[in-house]
Design a protein around this ligand. Structure first.
Ligand SMILES: Nc1ncnc2c1ncn2[C@@H]1O[C@H](COP(=O)(O)OP(=O)(O)O)[C@@H](O)[C@H]1O
Ligand SMILES: [Mg+2]
Length: 284
């Protein structure tokens, strides 16, 4: 099983969109995927339709118990895609966590529960955009951190400084047996390739300063209206925009490339809508 946390030190960069779309794509590729909404603003929890609504439990119980039990998991209307919803509208969880000595490790340990290990191939954690105990816990829980970075030079600098700060803050945890995963930066909401190259080069030049932990993925996610449209329709973007005229690759092509780059063993595997496959019955 592999755990990804989508994190950035800035809000509004596309974390939730990326988490939702990557999760559904991996599910449509045949993986069993668990989303975890670790943002107190429950946008990931509202992204897809839930099969049981309201859910019986969610993140609050996971953190309070320190364990994932079945009732904390809600299936979405996408086959193979389940979610631990964010159920803390008043935002008590961060404060509760802050007062616990194991705050950094609580989510990491909870995700080692037998239910998760037995039922899922991949866990994808969405995080709040602001620094806090939930973000820290989510970052510590990851094997790999995926960090969308928007191409304005200012946000590239913010990325470097914010990421460095994050690595330095959470590094002491490594002494306690938790190592921070590598950071994969993905250039996101790009409109001109030249800029993307400039930013990727800037981050690569900072590689040593970033303690050798940050690399830039080859996949660049363009700024495109398909992502917003798909969110409104509450469907994954690879189903919404399968093909596209013109030079810009389709959302489906981009998301496939991203999934293949993050999990190389999936290379060549294409998504199919598993719920359709299921309702059609087995194919001869
Ligand atoms: N590739 C994209 N192109 C254009 N707009 C996007 C793209 N990805 C996300 N958005 C839009 O950007 C806004 C912020 O995205 P969101 O995923 O909520 O960011 P975050 O979770 O980091 O706060 C949303 O309105 C979303 O629809
Ligand atoms: Mg978000």
């Amino acid at each position: 099983m592999i755990k990804f946390t989508v994190a950035s030190t800035k809000g509004g960069v596309g974390k939730t969109t990326l988490t939702a779309n990557l999760g559904a794509l991996l599910a449509d590729m045949g993986l069993r995927v668990l989303l975890v909404d670790a943002d107190v603003q429950p946008s990931l929890s509202k992204y897809y339709r839930l099969v049981v609504s309201p859910p019986s439990a969610g993140l609050t119980q996971v953190l309070l118990k320190g364990e994932v039990v079945r009732e904390c998991i809600t299936p979405t209307d996408i086959a193979g895609l389940d979610i631990v919803v964010s159920d803390d509208p008043e935002g008590h969880l961060p404060n509760w966590l802050l007062n616990r000595i194991d705050r950094g490790f609580r989510l990491m340990f909870a995700l080692r529960s037998p239910v998760v290990a037995a039922q899922y191939d991949c866990v994808l954690i969405d995080t709040p955009g602001a620094i806090g105990p939930l973000q820290d816990a989510a970052v510590m829980a990851a094997d790999i951190l995926v960090s969308p970075i928007t191409p304005e030079i200012l946000s590239a600098r913010e990325f470097r400084d914010g990421t460095m700060e994050l690595l330095e803050r959470l590094e002491p945890g490594s002494a306690l047996g938790a190592t921070l995963g590598p950071v994969k930066a993905v250039i996101y909401r790009q409109d001109r390739t030249a800029d993307a190259r400039l930013i990727a080069n800037g981050i690569r030049e900072d590689f040593i300063r970033l303690k050798g932990r940050v690399s830039v993925l080859d996949t660049v996610v363009p700024h495109a209206k398909a992502y917003k449209e798909a969110a409104t329709l509450r469907i994954p973007v690879h189903r919404h925009e399968r093909r596209r005229e013109g030079v810009m690759p389709s959302a489906s092509a981009v998301m496939h490339q991203l999934a293949w780059e993050l999990i190389p063993s999936l290379q060549g595997i294409e998504a199919e809508d598993r719920s359709e496959v299921r309702s059609e019955g087995p194919r001869a």
